[in-house]
Design a protein around this ligand. Structure first.
Ligand code: BV8
Length: 233
């Protein structure tokens, strides 16, 4: 492996699958149980806030029942031991990267454990249900929404992500179908800027052709092995 001094990692629902969190597009996954436009769009929230708040309450409550897996803890080891620059970007709204030991996690699609107040626009750490319309911790208005990025909304920290992709020597995509943009376009951004690109996924993603290398299997096996390779290079 040539000298790697800057790595960008993108993770998706597949890295949390072995922890027992449903992915979106697998059989019986989240989007089969619910229509995207009903639960993951601003229009769906405006149409039926109780349905949407209940959908996210269910997913937030489920976090207490799951644990990080070997892929999460391997990325935390990489953060501790890799001497170069590392940016971990996740599409996931769960907190398993943090509970697996990663300190620096960029949640480009927001977090289940964050609440956004539609009145004062302040974000607060949040771990309770929202369907009962609790007061905002800051302004007391009963106008909290999940602090997650719905379809049609702008993902967070895009400037920072694109700047890191331009500098990266290596871009690694873990556990994502490559179905959702702009995240699905990161591999092309990185490759065009000169990075090596690696896909670690259970099966070929929609963007697999854009990667220099692809390894297919469960993240719980592939990620610790890859981290060991990088740290012993
Ligand atoms: C936006 C948060 C405007 C909420 C989510 C072209 C350009 C730009 C935008 C678009 C475009 N074309 C269309 C769009 C619009 C849209 C889009 O991409 N639509 C798709 C359906 C075509 N994008 C948007 O609306 C985005 N916003 O475009 O704003 C803009 C953009 C840029 C600049 C200016 C303006 C916002 C999208 C975010 C939506 N929010 N989630 C929530 O969680 O409820 S999306 C949700 O699905 C996830 O966050 C994730 O991002 C996405 C994809 O899910 P994955 O993580 O990949 O999961 P999936 O189930 O699909 O796949 C799992 C993979 O894991 C599989 O491949 C499987 O094989 C693998 N796997 C399974 N088990 C394992 C495993 N791998 C390893 N080990 C295992 N054990």
């Amino acid at each position: 492996m040539t000298d790697i001094s800057s790595i960008v990692i993108l993770t998706g629902a597949g890295i949390s699958a072995e922890s027992g969190i449903d992915t979106f597009r697998s059989a019986g996954g989240l989007w089969e149980q619910h229509k995207v436009e009903d639960v993951a769009t601003p229009e769906g929230f405006a149409r039926d806030p109780d349905l949407v708040l209940g959908f996210y309450d269910m997913r937030r409550e489920a976090l207490a029942k799951v644990r990080p897996n070997a892929a999460h803890t391997a990325l935390a080891r990489l953060e501790r031991e890799f001497a170069g620059e590392l940016l971990l970007v996740t599409q996931n709204v769960d907190d398993l990267h943090e509970r697996g030991g990663s300190d620096q996690v960029l949640h480009m699609h927001g977090e289940l454990k964050s609440a956004l107040c539609l009145s004062c626009e302040v974000r607060s750490r949040w771990d309770a249900p929202m369907a009962c319309r609790p007061p905002c911790p800051v302004c007391q208005a009963s106008s909290l929404r999940p602090d997650v990025v719905w379809f049609g909304e702008m993902p967070y920290q895009m400037e920072r992500i694109y700047a890191a992709l331009q500098r990266a020597d290596l871009f690694v995509s873990i556990g994502t179908s490559g179905a959702v943009y702009p995240a699905a376009g990161f591999v092309q951004e990185a490759r065009t800027a000169g990075a090596q690109t690696l896909e670690l996924n259970l099966e070929p993603s929609e963007g697999t052709a854009h990667f220099h290398e692809a390894r297919h299997g469960p993240a719980g096996a592939l990620v610790p092995q890859w981290v060991e390779e990088v740290l012993s290079a």
